[in-house]
Design a protein around this ligand. Structure first.
Ligand code: ZN
Ligand code: ZN
Length: 336
C-alpha cells in the first residue's frame, strides 16, 4: 500500500508540474481593456483619428468649436468624415493643412464636401501637386476664408481655450536648408499649441530637427503636457533638446501598421522612453482620445497593446531606403 501511495504522490506531482509548465507557456500578459466612455460634457476633446499612414487630429471644445488638423491620405476621406460624424461634428470652424503632402491633405476634399468649413489655415508655401491644386480649387469654390499661417497668430476658440501658431514664421521666411533627403514641405509645417487652463498640447505636423531648432531659437513657449510627435516618429525628428524644452508627459505618434518609411523609428522611441514619456500610437492603439477640464486630462485608446510592442520601432523597407539614397542626389518631391 505504501508503495502505491508513493507512486500516486509521484504521479500527482508530475501532473502538477506539467500543468504549471503548460500554464506558463500559455500565459500572456493581459492587454488592458479600454476604459469606459468618458463624459465629454464640458470637456475639451482631442482625437488622433485612425487614418493609417497619415495624420488627422480633431479638436472639439466644450462650447462646440471644432478644429481639424490634417485629414489623412486620399483613401481616408470617408474614414475622417465618419469619425467627424461619430464625434457629432456638424461644421468646422478651422481646418488646417500642416503642409501639402498627400498623407495630410488627401482626405480634406471629402471633408469639404461633407461639412461647412469657416476658415482654412495653410502653411502657405507654393507646392505643385494635383492633389493640392484640387484642394485649393475646392476651398475657393466653397468660398472658405484662406489664412496663411504666421508665428504669433492666435485663434481664440472658447473662452480660455486658444490655439497659437508657432511656425512657419510667415512673410516668406521659410526654412530653406534641410538634411539631404529631407523635405522642405515637412520642414515648413504649421506648428500649433492648444491651451486650456493648465492643459497644453503641441501639434507639429511633419516637422523635423531643423524646425525644432528654429522653434527653440524663437523662444516661443513650446512647453506642453502632450505632444503629437513630428513626422510620424521619423528618426529625423524629436531631438532630445526639443523634448527637454517641450517637457511632455505623453506623446501621440500617428502612423500606419504597414508603412514602409520605418515610422516610428527605434531611435525616436528610445528618446521618448529615456525621458519617461508615456506613448500612444495610432498603428497599435487606433483612435486615441484626450479629454480635459482645463486642469487634468484623461486618455482613452480604442485598442490596448502590449508594452513591448509599444516600444518597438519599425524598419524602413529596402525599396524605400534605395529610393531615398537615389533621391538625395537630386531634387524630388517627397510625399510622406
Ligand atoms: Zn506625413
Ligand atoms: Zn510630409
Amino acid at each position: 500500500m505504501g508503495k502505491f501511495k508513493a507512486l500516486f504522490a509521484i504521479l500527482l506531482s508530475a501532473v502538477i508540474i506539467a500543468g504549471a509548465f503548460y500554464w506558463l507557456r500559455r500565459y500572456k500578459p493581459e492587454i488592458p481593456e479600454p476604459p469606459p466612455e468618458f463624459n465629454t460634457q464640458g470637456r475639451l476633446q482631442v482625437y488622433a483619428l485612425d487614418v493609417g499612414q497619415g495624420e488627422s487630429m480633431l479638436i472639439v471644445t466644450p462650447g462646440g468649436k471644432t478644429v481639424l488638423i490634417d485629414a489623412g491620405n486620399p483613401q481616408s476621406g470617408d474614414t475622417v468624415v465618419a469619425a467627424l460624424r461619430k464625434h457629432k461634428v456638424s461644421g468646422i470652424d478651422l481646418a488646417v493643412a500642416t503642409h501639402p503632402h498627400a498623407d495630410h491633405i488627401g482626405g480634406m476634399r471629402s471633408v469639404i464636401e461633407s461639412f461647412s468649413i469657416r476658415n482654412f489655415l495653410d502653411s502657405g508655401r507654393d507646392f505643385s501637386s494635383a492633389e493640392y491644386e484640387r484642394l485649393l480649387k475646392a476651398i475657393k469654390s466653397k468660398r472658405i476664408s484662406f489664412i496663411n499661417a504666421k508665428s504669433g497668430m492666435t485663434f481664440d476658440l472658447d473662452s480660455g481655450i486658444k490655439l497659437e501658431a508657432f511656425f512657419p514664421k510667415g512673410d516668406n521666411q521659410w526654412i530653406t536648408r534641410i538634411r539631404s533627403g529631407g523635405s522642405l514641405e515637412n520642414a515648413n509645417s504649421v506648428v500649433l499649441r492648444l491651451t486650456y487652463g493648465s492643459f497644453s498640447m503641441l501639434f507639429t505636423g511633419d516637422a523635423e530637427f531643423e524646425t525644432e531648432a528654429a522653434m527653440l531659437k524663437s523662444g516661443f513657449p513650446i512647453n506642453a503636457q502632450v505632444i503629437k510627435i513630428g513626422h510620424h516618429g521619423s528618426r529625423y525628428a524629436t531631438s532630445g533638446k526639443f523634448l527637454d524644452a517641450v517637457g511632455p508627459q505623453m506623446a501621440i505618434i500617428s502612423c500606419g501598421m504597414d508603412n514602409r518609411y520605418g515610422h516610428p523609428s527605434q531611435s525616436t522611441l528610445d528618446r521618448l522612453k529615456k525621458s519617461n514619456i508615456q506613448i500612444y500610437r495610432t498603428d497599435l492603439n487606433r483612435e486615441i482620445s484626450i479629454f480635459s477640464d482645463g486642469r487634468n486630462y484623461q486618455v482613452r485608446q480604442e485598442r490596448g497593446a502590449e508594452t513591448a510592442a509599444m516600444w518597438l520601432g519599425r524598419i524602413e523597407s529596402v525599396e524605400f531606403s534605395t529610393a531615398m539614397a537615389k533621391k538625395s542626389t537630386r531634387t524630388a518631391v517627397e510625399v510622406d
